[in-house]
Design a protein around this ligand. Structure first.
Ligand code: B12
Ligand code: SF4
Ligand code: SF4
Length: 395
């Protein structure tokens, strides 16, 4: 049962939005709890297989929940939608591994949740009655971009990002669902602006993952490096470049991200020095304790150690300098049959890319590994790495 409001709803809305700004959110708007109009688009996206292996996007219960906010809070009557800016960052040196800008600072899930929970706890005082509320950030089954565009935070670009003209798209989204029947209040972004004839993001995406306002996650570097725990398909590995966690290309090339507004960053999301330019050889051979330190309180906690090592191997295979050779050889040979197969297989690929031919250190390591290796997939990788013509025969 929803309790009546004892204070003027307009005053409550103003107070909630003011608190959101005071807590450091760069934009905030209010939406009502009407069903999510783009649920059909999302269902079609899942049906087309574009969600890949992300079970939290494809499980029937999770698909159904995204139709209506009441699946998350039965009494919901409105939602506060907020933006937390992480800002664009300069490019690291060409030989370094890259971490997406959003992931270089404090884990935004922690930052967003702490602030929204604080606001949730303040709601009874602001509304003058008990309030049912729930915080959603990222992994909750919510179509956050639709909610954000409805809340006037921006528009959905062809790169599928929520773009706020003047502020770009380098910000994260979060929601506070409430049982307060508040009227919608737009955050104030100029949502009449659109991409127009620009197709820069679609043209510059290395893997061709983007259609107009739709993305095939299975091809996206962000998915491959963060979500995908398996073998990175051979054809995609060279296209991953030096990304070891996420990808910013379709936002970096966007003209809406050129202005000073896109550089605004919440102080809590300031980049950690250890993540601004990843030392690839170090990451390839990273131990458990060092790994724990590297990912501590950052979004990188999401990826297991061997996944980051796998990503580092692929990135090293895409860098032409030889600094990563010893680490790759070590990953392949010293740890053979002890190291994680995912790392051994991708290290083999990287060495195959870096080897100049028979007799060099990479070729010798590959040949030695071929003698010992028993995992059929890695044996295949080793064959391809030793003789790239095999790869051509593959396709
Ligand atoms: C799954 C997911 C991914 C997947 C798939 C991405 C995708 N585009 O779907 C992968 C792993 C690839 C990914 C990558 C990234 N992600 Co992500 N991701 C999500 C997540 C969890 C769900 C997104 C989703 O529902 N996808 C399904 C598709 C169908 O939905 P959609 O693209 O959001 O589009 C919806 C609306 O925009 C609307 N819509 C689109 N066009 C139109 C047009 C009309 C006319 C209408 C009416 C509606 C409409 O319909 C769609 C269905 O509702 C959200 C958090 C959340 N709970 O929403 C974060 C989220 C979208 N990701 C985010 C970020 C930051 C990223 C990355 C930038 C991270 C990085 N640097 O590597 C990249 C960007 C890649 C990209 N171009 O999207 C932010 C985006 C913030 C913003 N400003 O837009 C979110 C909102 C997380 C957050 N809480 O801040 N992500
Ligand atoms: S995040 Fe990278 S790979 Fe994914 S769609 Fe954008 S440019 Fe393409
Ligand atoms: S790069 Fe161009 S097409 Fe892509 S989102 Fe930005 S303005 Fe739109």
């Amino acid at each position: 049962m929803r309790l009546p409001l004892l204070r003027d709803p307009g005053d409550i809305a103003t107070a909630v939005l003011a608190r959101a700004r005071a807590l450091g959110f760069s934009a905030a708007g209010l939406v009502d709890a009407a069903p999510l109009g783009s649920h059909d688009r999302y269902r079609a996206w899942v049906a087309a297989g574009h969600a890949g292996d992300m079970e939290y996007m494809t499980e029937p219960a999770s698909v159904a929940a995204r139709a209506d906010l009441s699946a998350l809070l039965p009494e919901v009557a409105s939602a506060l939608v907020v933006a937390l800016p992480y800002g664009r960052l300069p490019l690291p040196p060409a030989h370094a591994g890259r971490v997406a800008a959003y992931a270089q600072g404090e884990d935004y899930h922690l930052v967003m949740k702490t602030r929204l929970h604080r606001l949730g706890r303040e709601l009874p005082a602001l509304a003058g009655r008990p309030v049912a509320w729930r915080v959603c950030v990222d992994t909750a089954p919510v179509l956050e971009r639709e909610l954000a565009s409805r809340a006037g935070l921006g528009f959905v670009g062809k790169n599928t990002a929520l773009i706020a003209p003047g502020a770009g798209s380098a910000f994260l989204l979060g929601e506070l669902l409430m049982d307060l029947p508040l009227a919608p209040v737009a955050a104030g972004a100029d949502t009449s602006m659109r991409c127009g004839r620009c197709t820069e993001c679609i043209d510059r995406c290395p893997t061709g993952a983007l259609g107009e306002r739709t993305l095939d996650a299975r091809l996206c570097i962000s998915y491959l490096t963060i979500e995908w725990t398996g073998i990175i398909p051979l054809a995609l590995r060279p296209l991953v470049g030096t990304w070891v966690y996420g990808c910013d290309i379709c936002q970096d090339v966007c003209p809406f991200n050129e202005g000073a507004g896109a550089a605004v960053r919440d102080p809590e999301l300031a980049p950690r020095a250890r993540l601004t330019a990843i030392d690839l050889p170090r990451l390839i051979g990273i131990g458990t304790a060092q790994h724990r330190k590297l990912v501590r309180r950052t979004a990188l906690r999401r990826a297991p150690r061997e996944q980051l090592q796998r990503n580092a191997c692929v990135a090293a295979g895409n860098v032409t300098d030889a600094a990563a050779w010893p680490a790759l050889v070590e990953a392949l040979s010293a740890a053979v049959l002890a190291g994680h197969p995912l790392v051994r297989g991708h290290a083999a690929w990287a060495l195959g890319r870096l080897s100049q031919g028979k007799g060099d250190r990479a070729a010798l390591a590959l040949a030695a590994a071929r003698e010992k290796e028993e995992d059929p997939w890695i044996v295949r990788e080793l064959m391809l790495a030793c003789d790239p013509r095999e790869e051509r025969n593959e396709h």
